[in-house]
Structures are given as structure tokens and as C-alpha cells.
Design a protein around this ligand. Structure first.
Ligand code: PLP
Length: 384
């Protein structure tokens, strides 16, 4: 037992595993730089410690969705290249330019706003133009690309900005052989070639997320943007397990059992009585619930290592707690319940929870609530 074992619940974050994962991913994309994607509080793992650990392991870039997330990294004293891509009108463009953040632009409104902000600040903005090569989400459509490139080049010639990158994002990289992968790569190459013909000299061209980094080497270009794989989770169980890719899960979610008690047969358990004890038994109360990010959809199904076995949740997940039937096994209050982790002790994985809740492991780790303290382990490392 370590000193944090007395907390109600905790998410232990193994930063040594994160660093090893970053190194494994860099080795897999040896010709490219690596961007550690730390949006959404590093998928629930804690943005600042994870960003620092990723840097130690050689991540040249950090990536976030929102500018606020990028600015928070700067406020924590993190230097080097940082990029963010999810903007809405009003910015904060000027703050991002002054903080030396690479900003993504998908359309004319955004280019106009960044040009205005950079002019006011008197500092050239670092702009990366995003192409919609088929995802159909953010990014500039091929038909609108010439106008965006022309306007960006004009601003570059005027000294207001520098186009540092050309980039895009995959729709189906987690489905090997999906025809959209090759189709998006073709469109990306064409859109990059057009911009370069118009005089754009990008430092980085990039399209690969975790699944593409792991399985589509021709997508690596100058930079790969890895999120989920860096946290030691496979982008999809169909692609392989984390171990198949030399990755180790970074987060362990555990709680202290709050109560153990004997109940008679036929006892209804939790709201709605969706579970009834088949025999006289012992119950363990696990003090985490949907307020902590435990999916209510996993009621009756979510797996937990408690006592000597992996058991399923009995009945519904409530806001703050759920119950496990120990089937008569004796246990003390304060015993550890491990919801998921790397599996060393036989505990379930985040992927097991994803399957129990009909979702993806990305959502399982990212939704862990703010009420659960993150305990960062192996933070300090001279070897990086
Ligand atoms: C979240 C995100 C990534 C990382 O995706 P993973 O599948 O977690 O590696 C990369 N690029 C963009 C634009 C993203 O939004």
C-alpha cells in the first residue's frame, strides 16, 4: 500500500509509462517529429505533468484543442512548440500570438481574425492551415483552399504571419484498409502541393493520429500527432492490444471500499433493484459513481478487481457509489478496488470498461471526473 491508498478514490498516472510510450511511438515514426496531444486535460491524465513528461521523452510539439488549453500550458511555464486547433470567433487570438502558440486556421473568418490580432500585437502569427481532406469536420474544403492559401500568402508577404504548417485529420484510420485512408492521403498530397506551388514553405505537414502512426507509415510526413496511444491505450481493439504496440496503460483507477456487510438472500441492490442477491452474501460498497465518470451505462456490467477476483457491478451505478457482490468472500472496509489499470494484478483495462459501457476507451479515461484526484507517479526523471 502506498501513502495515497487511503483516499476515497484516485487515478494514478504512471509518468514513466507515458515517457516509455512516447519513446515507442517516436521509434515507430522515426522520420517524423512527435506531437503529444494533451487536450481535455491530457485525456483525463492531467495536462501539465503529462506535457512535461512527454517533453522529457522527446515530444517536440504539444497539441491542444482549445486556445485556453494551450495558454494554460504556457502559464505553467512550458516552452517549446505548442499548437491548438479549435477556435471560435473572438479568439483569444492575440493572447495566443503573444504566447508564441501555433494556431490552426480552417477558414477565412479565422484568417481575418488572426491577421487583425497579429497586426495589433506587432508580432507575426504562426499559422497552420487545416485542410478537410475527407473527415467532414473542421478544416478547409478543397474548393475553398485556393482562396485561403492566396490570402494566407498575401499576409505572409506583408510580414503579418508565417505559414508554419499544412495539416489534416483522418476519419477512419482505426479501420485498417478503409478506402477513405488512401483517398484522404491523395487529397492531402494535392492540397499540400497546391499550397507549396503558391509559395507556402511549411515547417511541418501532418495528418497522422495514433491509429495512423501505428498502422499507416506513409501518413507520417513530418509530424505525427499522438493522443490515446501515448496514454497506453490501443486506438481500437481490432488493431491490437497496447502490448502488441509496445505500449503500457498510464492510468490506474482505484477506490477504497467504503463498507462490507452481510445481507440475506433475495436482497435488492441499488436504485431500481436491478440485482437481487441469489444467496446470503457479502457486499462491498465502492465509493465512486457517475459523478466521477463511471458510466451509468456500465450498470450490471462494469468489471472491478476487489478481494481476490474481478467481479461485475451489482445493479445500478449511482452518482457517487456502486455495489459489488463478493459472493461470500470476506473483506475489510478500506480494501482496494481497482476499476482499471495496466493489468499487472489482473485488474480490468479501460478497454474492458469501454466494452461494458458500449463506448471507446478514449471516453472512459477522458470522462474521469474532477472529484477524483490525479496522483502522478515517477514525475521526476533525470533520464527523461
Ligand atoms: C484528438 C486529436 C488527435 C489525437 O488523436 P488520437 O487518436 O488520440 O491519437 C490528433 N489530431 C487531432 C486534430 C485531434 O483532435
Amino acid at each position: 500500500m502506498n501513502e495515497t491508498a487511503t483516499l476515497r478514490a484516485r487515478a494514478e498516472i504512471d509518468l514513466a509509462a507515458l515517457r516509455a510510450n512516447v519513446r515507442a511511438l517516436r521509434a515507430r515514426a522515426a522520420g517524423a517529429q512527435l506531437m503529444a496531444v494533451v487536450k481535455s486535460d491530457a485525456y483525463g491524465h492531467g495536462a501539465v505533468p503529462c506535457a512535461r513528461a512527454a517533453r522529457q521523452a522527446g515530444a517536440a510539439w504539444l497539441g491542444t484543442a482549445t486556445p485556453q488549453e494551450a495558454l494554460a500550458l504556457r502559464e505553467a511555464g512550458i516552452g517549446g512548440r505548442v499548437m491548438c486547433w479549435l477556435w471560435t470567433p473572438g479568439g483569444p487570438w492575440r493572447e495566443a500570438v503573444e504566447a508564441d502558440i501555433d494556431v490552426s486556421v480552417s477558414g477565412m473568418w479565422a484568417l481575418d481574425e488572426v491577421v487583425a490580432a497579429a497586426t495589433e500585437a506587432g508580432i507575426p502569427a504562426r499559422v497552420q492551415l487545416k485542410a478537410d481532406t475527407g473527415l467532414g469536420r473542421n478544416g478547409c474544403q478543397p474548393a475553398d483552399w485556393p482562396a485561403l492559401v492566396t490570402a494566407a500568402r498575401a499576409a505572409e508577404e506583408a510580414g503579418v504571419l508565417r505559414v508554419t504548417g499544412l495539416w489534416s485529420h483522418f476519419a477512419c484510420a482505426d479501420e485498417p484498409g478503409h478506402p477513405s485512408i488512401a483517398a484522404q492521403l491523395d487529397v492531402f498530397r494535392d492540397m499540400v502541393a497546391y499550397a507549396e506551388k503558391e509559395g507556402v514553405r511549411p515547417e511541418v505537414r501532418h495528418i497522422a493520429n495514433s491509429p495512423a502512426t501505428l498502422t499507416v507509415p506513409e501518413s507520417h510526413f513530418d509530424l505525427v500527432r499522438t493522443g490515446i496511444a501515448m496514454y497506453g491505450i490501443s486506438p481500437s481493439p481490432e488493431l491490437g492490444t497496447p502490448a502488441d504496440f509496445g505500449l503500457r496503460p498510464v492510468m490506474t483507477l482505484a477506490a477504497s471500499v467504503a463498507l462490507v456487510k452481510q445481507v440475506p438472500p433475495g436482497h435488492g441492490i441499488s436504485y431500481g433493484h436491478h440485482y437481487t442477491t441469489p444467496a446470503e452474501t457479502t457486499l462491498a460498497l465502492v465509493p465512486v459513481g457517475y459523478a466521477d465518470g463511471i458510466p451509468r451505462h456500465a450498470s450490471g456490467r462494469g468489471p472491478v478487481l476487489v478481494g481476490g477476483a474481478v467481479r461485475r457491478i451489482a445493479g445500478r451505478v449511482a452518482m457517487d457509489q456502486f455495489v459489488v457482490d463478493l459472493e461470500g468472500e470476506a473483506l475489510e472496509a478500506g480494501a482496494e478496488a481497482v476499476l482499471f489499470g495496466p493489468g499487472d494484478r489482473g485488474e480490468p483495462s479501460a478497454e474492458d470498461w469501454a466494452q461494458a459501457a458500449d463506448t471507446i476507451a478514449y471516453e472512459i479515461v477522458t470522462r474521469i471526473g474532477a472529484r477524483v484526484p490525479r496522483v502522478h507517479l515517477h514525475e521526476d526523471s533525470a533520464r527523461g
